[in-house]
Structures are given as structure tokens and as C-alpha cells.
Design a protein. Structure first.
Length: 157
């Protein structure tokens, strides 16, 4: 599909910065959390401002990318802070949701059967990504549980 809008370099850089935020393994202290939240808010404002001069659906796509990147960055921050399978699941879902919303906006450039197919494909990819995230969370939890807990859980179901 050749309808990808031309993002300004600063908007693209801001979106990529959300996705590539530095990771820390250990839980963060309050000051570090606040600094990260402030950084995320600043990057969102920059990405949003880059969309300001765009028109039509290109602006809608740009805004969906900016909002999605912000939500992914927040979920990534929580996942890095908590380090739990549930937090990692929420991050995966945030990525899937962001990708879905951007894909749906891009479908708005199309008409008729092509638009319906685009929306159907976007919905299928969204469902697949969420299903994969759920399976990964279950596998992570199962691998982390002691062997005795697995047997007990299996017998009680």
C-alpha cells in the first residue's frame, strides 16, 4: 500500500524513541519513574506537534502513531518497573492495540472492497497479536511456577 504519510523527521524520531526506550531490569525508584513519565509526556507532545500541520487522514495516522507510541512507552515503563508476566502481557497488548489503530487509520485512505479487506486484515492481525501475548503470559507463568504447583493446579481443575 502506497499511502503511508510522509512524517516529519522529528515525528518519526519521537515515535521511534518511544519504541526504543532504554530498559532497566530492576524496579525504579520514584524519582526515576517520574523522570521517565516526564520524558514520555515530552515525546508525546513533540510527536503530536509534528502532526499539527498535516491534513486529512495523514494527520489522523500521525496522531494514531503518536498516541500509540505514548501508550506503548507507558506500558513498557510499567513492564520494566514491575517485571511481571502480567505487565509484559499489558505491554504486548498495548503494542497490538497501537498497531491496530494505526492500521485502521491507514485503511481509511482506501475505498470499497480494498478498505474492507484492509480492515479485516488489521483486525485479524490484532487478534493474533493479543492471542500470542496471552499464550506467552501463560507460558511464562507456567515456567516460573514450582513443579509441585503445576501438579496441584492440574489436579484441582
Amino acid at each position: 500500500m502506497n499511502f503511508v504519510p510522509q512524517l516529519k523527521a522529528s515525528a518519526l524520531a519521537a515515535v521511534l524513541a518511544f519504541a526504543c526506550a532504554g530498559s532497566a531490569v530492576a524496579a525504579m525508584d520514584k524519582a526515576a519513574m517520574k523522570a521517565e513519565k516526564d520524558r514520555i509526556a515530552d515525546q508525546y507532545k513533540t510527536a503530536k506537534a509534528a502532526c499539527k500541520d498535516m491534513k486529512g487522514n495523514a494527520k489522523d495516522v500521525c496522531m494514531a502513531e503518536a498516541k500509540g507510541a505514548e501508550k506503548v512507552a507507558k506500558a513498557d515503563l510499567e513492564a520494566r518497573d514491575k517485571g511481571t508476566p502480567k505487565a509484559q502481557y499489558k505491554l504486548s497488548v498495548a503494542k497490538a492495540d497501537a498497531d491496530y489503530k494505526v492500521a485502521k487509520e491507514k485503511c481509511d485512505d482506501l475505498k470499497g472492497a480494498a478498505k474492507r479487506t484492509c480492515e479485516k486484515d488489521a483486525k485479524a492481525a490484532h487478534k493474533s497479536a493479543k492471542d500470542t501475548a496471552k499464550a506467552e503470559m501463560k507460558n511464562t507463568k507456567a515456567a516460573a511456577a514450582p513443579a509441585g504447583d503445576k501438579v496441584t493446579t492440574a489436579k484441582t481443575k
